[in-house]
Design a protein around this ligand. Structure first.
Ligand SMILES: [Zn+2]
Length: 139
């Protein structure tokens, strides 16, 4: 059985069946089947789901000063139904503002979501302009 990544992630993060159904607009059978296929026990009532911080920590690994995202995709789903990209969430934690345009690791390390390494479009443009001032425009 093919399990949707977002469903699997929310189940592993300890979200309730009802919360997952509501957040991802899926039916009860789909979530139940995914839980069984993943070998996860039924959720105990009153168990608190993971926070975004906890999910981020669980799905990253430090490597030579970088923070490598281990998930298949970059989505972090929350109980409120919001879905964050790990890179965008990391960016916002460090810069205190939502990123503009796409977020890429400025360090050049694939899948790095280190808060100090992720860059958005304006940051890349500023760097390009700075390099052009130093080395002269190549355009
Ligand atoms: Zn990095």
């Amino acid at each position: 059985m093919k399990i949707r990544q977002d469903i699997a992630d929310m189940l592993r993060a300890g979200h309730s069946q009802a919360a997952i159904e509501k957040a991802l607009h899926v039916d009860h059978r789909t979530v139940s089947a995914a839980r069984v296929a993943l070998g996860l026990p039924p959720r105990k009532p009153g168990t608190k789901p993971e926070t975004v911080e906890e999910t981020f920590a669980r799905r990253t690994r430090e490597e030579d000063g970088h923070l490598i995202w281990l998930g298949h995709d970059y989505a972090i789903s929350t109980i409120e139904g919001a879905s964050y990209s790990a890179a965008r969430w990391s960016f916002q934690q460090h810069h205190g503002r939502p990123p503009v345009g796409k977020v890429f690791p400025g360090c050049g390390v694939k899948r790095c979501v280190h808060p100090c390494h992720v860059e958005d479009q304006p940051m890349r443009q500023a760097l390009k302009a700075q390099l052009a001032r130093i080395f002269g425009s190549t355009a």
